[in-house]
Design a protein around this ligand. Sequence first.
Ligand code: HEC
Length: 113
Amino acid sequence: MNKFLISILSIFIFTSIALNAAVYKGQSEYVKKCVKCHKAGQAFVATKKKREWSVLMKEKGQKLAEIHLESEEKGVEDSHEYFESKAYGKNSKHLQDFLFEYASDSGNVPACN
Ligand code: HEC
């Protein structure tokens, strides 16, 4: 019984650490790659609901990449290299974890910076 409890507990601790690590990785990706254009930072994340982010982020963030690659806005081409890169596809999962964490319906309030 004791062993059983300990293993349940350690699984729980391990997954919550892993989850936080993913959110953290996504956050640093966001700060590095998105904040330069979306200055509102985390407040920008809170403009969308989880469901809206999940549409943008599905299939390795394909839709989000398309918005940027097809946009005619001035300066948006600075994001093209990133959205076309392998790193984007690879990190899109972390980014999604972060976006979900601070989506408007997540219940989490973004930090003020
Ligand atoms: C080089 C500048 C630039 C970078 C870098 C950039 N964006 Fe954007 N983003 C834009 C522009 C410009 C638009 C508006 C596109 C349009 O409407 O034509 C946009 C649009 C968006 C939209 C849709 C806006 C809406 O209200 O629906 C989302 C969501 C978004 N960006 C998220 C991100 C995320 C997340 C990142 C980082 C992975 C990122 N952007 C990186 C410039 C950038």
